[in-house]
Design a protein around this ligand. Structure first.
Ligand code: PEP
Length: 250
């Protein structure tokens, strides 16, 4: 049985007190959603500690939105995987399209970040997805294949068993445009096949999340698809009520 996951990427939103309120709101309503759904919240680095305190005693996990390529040292402004693990994070989002696009993340940097995540016991949520030009040119399959081959194929079997993938078409992120449930299923099934080509039957156990304007009104239809195991949620994760309602989509 694959894990069902609803993960909230808060991005660069909320001040610490607002983040704590949001986390408390999610924890307060969590009981209304099937315990089979694994909720993860990914606050900005600055509030991880306080959010972790607010979520004590709940089953809501915490993730970071990124980590450094190096273990420690003279890397001004960077946050090491060991630091976020020490604050209670279990997950780390890596390769989000905003980091690829605005901060020049490449497969080379992501291989290093993945290694740091695993060395510190974190489960990466590795993001893949094509932009609009690539989708319109019919290149989306090749784009996600390369993003997987260049990074995920370098993992050991043991590391792969501890990986979550998020398929996020860049044209759907924060735009209000969502991939149709059929488009999501088509590419999720393809991603699973690419994973199976390297890791065999273990690919059946890998959770593949959909991300891109996922909201309460479309989550159920998307999550009903065989190869969609949940969502990575941006905008709708900033309202506890909407985030929880997405979880009810299972
Ligand atoms: C995201 O950036 O991971 C995301 C899915 O954002 P949104 O839900 O706002 O499209």
């Amino acid at each position: 049985m694959r894990k069902k996951i609803v993960a909230g990427n808060w991005k660069m939103n909320t001040l610490p007190a607002e983040g704590v309120e949001l986390a408390k709101g999610v924890a307060a309503g969590r009981g209304e959603v099937c315990s089979c759904v694994n909720f993860i919240v990914c606050p900005p680095f600055t509030h991880i500690s306080e959010v972790a305190k607010a979520l004590e005693g709940s089953d809501i996990a915490i993730g970071a939105q990124d980590c450094a390529t190096e273990a420690k040292g003279a890397y001004t402004g960077e946050i090491a995987a060991s630091m976020i693990a020490a604050l209670g994070c279990k997950y780390v989002i890596l390769g989000h399209s905003e980091r690829r696009q605005y901060y020049g993340e490449t497969s080379e940097t992501l291989n290093k970040k993945m290694a740091q995540a695993y060395a510190n016991g974190l489960t990466p949520i590795y993001c893949v997805g094509e932009n609009l030009d690539e989708r319109e040119a019919g290149k989306h399959f090749d784009v996600v294949k390369a993003q997987i081959e260049e990074v995920v194929y370098n993992l050991t079997e043991e590391q792969f068993a501890n990986l979550v993938i998020a398929y996020e078409p860049v044209w759907a992120i924060g735009t209000g445009k969502t991939a149709t449930a059929d488009q999501a299923q088509e590419i999720h099934a393809y991603i699973r096949k690419v994973l199976a080509d390297k890791f065999g039957a273990a690919a059946d156990d890998c959770a593949i999340l959909y991300g891109g304007s996922c909201k309460p009104s479309n989550a159920a239809e998307i999550f009903a698809k065989e190869d969609v195991d949940g969502g990575l949620i941006g905008g709708a994760a900033l309202k506890a009520e909407d985030f929880l309602a997405i979880g009810k989509g299972f």
